[in-house]
Design a protein around this ligand. Sequence first.
Ligand SMILES: NC(=O)c1ccc[n+]([C@@H]2O[C@H](COP(=O)([O-])OP(=O)(O)OC[C@H]3O[C@@H](n4cnc5c(N)ncnc54)[C@H](OP(=O)(O)O)[C@@H]3O)[C@@H](O)[C@H]2O)c1
Length: 244
Amino acid sequence: MLDAKVAIVTGSSRGIGRAIAERLGANGASVIVNYRSDADAAAHVVATIDQSGGRAVAVLADVTDRDELRELFDAAERHYGGLDIVVGNVGIARFGRLVEFTDEDYELIFTTNTRATFRTLREAANRVRDNGRIVVISSVAAAMHGPDSAVYGASKAAGDALVRALAKELGPRGITANSVLPGAVRTDALFEHRPAGVIEGIAARTPLGRIGEPDDIAEIVAFLCSDAARWVSGQALHAGGGMF
Ligand SMILES: NC(=O)c1ccc[n+]([C@@H]2O[C@H](COP(=O)([O-])OP(=O)(O)OC[C@H]3O[C@@H](n4cnc5c(N)ncnc54)[C@H](OP(=O)(O)O)[C@@H]3O)[C@@H](O)[C@H]2O)c1
């Protein structure tokens, strides 16, 4: 389905990014598996993609560093001769009331979620071939405006705005750009930042009765990266089990 397509998935050694990389690889794409620290985890993702019949290489790059981000995109061209799909997945969460947020936490969140997403989109716009696909992993926090997610939600909403405008700039080349807004998803990051009781409460309030799994999000991204989604662009797709 994605045969002859080349994809970069940022932050794909664990969590949602890992599921996306494995899904795109299983669908035939050649995948750049990006990680920041855990080489063994990234190698495991590469091995899983190889076993599913796909092709992948792991590339170390901190996407908050402009030069390393550029080298990540260079790697796609060096290994596979071009680039068709970019999934900007890296993001970090910090929750808390706005009045309690420090300048340092604000900088950390916006450096990763907004500035790195801006630069990822800029590289993607310059490098993705005609009829390519760009997807950013946002969060329902960008649209729900919860009392403990002002800064995180704002950083993700800024990314969504960048994607929507970029979709209009790249449409004439047949390139689509969309964002996906997951609700709570079972990853290391979720359990690091949300106490178990809070996660159970989210599951109870979710119409579909559970939190998300990484594969729930990966399937949506795979659709957006496919030819079947050629008429979907500039959208912010909510993926929270009906909660929002
Ligand atoms: N989990 C949720 O409930 C949830 C809900 C809504 C939205 N999201 C969004 O979904 C995305 C993925 O979240 P997740 O929960 O899957 O995260 P995660 O479990 O913490 O995984 C993070 C991944 O990103 C990599 N990474 C982190 N910082 C990086 C950087 N600066 N440069 C390159 N790679 C980096 C990590 O690699 P290393 O391990 O090598 O550092 C790891 O592979 C984020 O944008 C998040 O905001 C998550």
